[in-house]
Write a protein that binds this ligand. Sequence first.
Ligand code: DAH
Length: 335
Amino acid sequence: MLDDIAAARDAALEQIAEATSLDDIVRIDQDVLGKKGALTQLKTKLGSLASHDDKRAAGQELNSAQREVSEAIDARRAELRATARAATVAAERLDLTEFVTAPRRGHTHIVTQAWERLEDVFTGLGFTVAEGPEVETDWHNFEALNMPTSHPARNEFDTLFVDHAGAPAGTTVLRTHTSPVQIRTMLTLEPPIYIIAPGRVFRRDTPDATHMPVFHQIEGLVIDRDINLGHLAGTIEAFTKAFFGEGFTSRLRPSYFPFTEPSGEFDIRTPSGEWLELGGCGMVHPNVLRYGGIDPEEWSGFAFGFGIDRMAKERHVVEDLREMFTGDIRFSEQF
Ligand code: DAH
């Protein structure tokens, strides 16, 4: 009997060691320890042994053989599982780091560079950065900026209207300029206000060398007591020198915008004496202050706005604005 037990145990251990799959393990487990398994069968024969001592000795031997086989099965199963998992991982591995040549560190797009430098310069002059949504209400984009529905100045803005759940048709637009951030800021902050608002704007325009339907502007708004045109001119001049360099200077020209009175356009003069038109500006119209919940008798202010892409284009002498929106690395990496 003891020999049979040892033989069954050794045969089982040998099979376990040779098992190459989890299926093998399941089968061996059944063949040896299952209901009809080799060791289980031997147990049923214990009763046929003659003496009590023989039964006890064989019983103990059987128990330890079962334990040994069971432990060997567990250990081998764990090994095979680990191997199977490693094989799956290896088979499903996706190498996302593969590169053919050594990777190069990139840099921000020239529009982002201009945007960030503008923020740096204006925060240096004491402004904070404000934001507004790109999908805007007609009210913020036009009405509150002193452009009622029939106002002819609306014609200059090639507006993209959007469907907006719950809002009546024609009352939601992709903002045509960053000026609505003036209104949103006045409605949330108490004066004095000194903010700039860079952001993306949209017009129904066909792309060409100098126009894109999506572009970027930066808005400025100052509201304080006794603000006058001199403060506006001084701020534009300080900005021009800080951003472009000491050799540059600026000028204001009369112009018209519904949301400012008086309104102007400002140009900068390069060291070689060339004048470049930069943007619009003016003293905030009393109606606009009122729409923003600010008393025009107590407060006054100025505002300005200009294109960021244009500045990047001028600075880097990019011939065609469309180049800046291709996402072509051969373009971006030149700057
Ligand atoms: N929003 C104007 C535009 O897109 C630019 C502008 C002009 C902004 C005068 C201003 C301003 O804040 O005072 O053409």
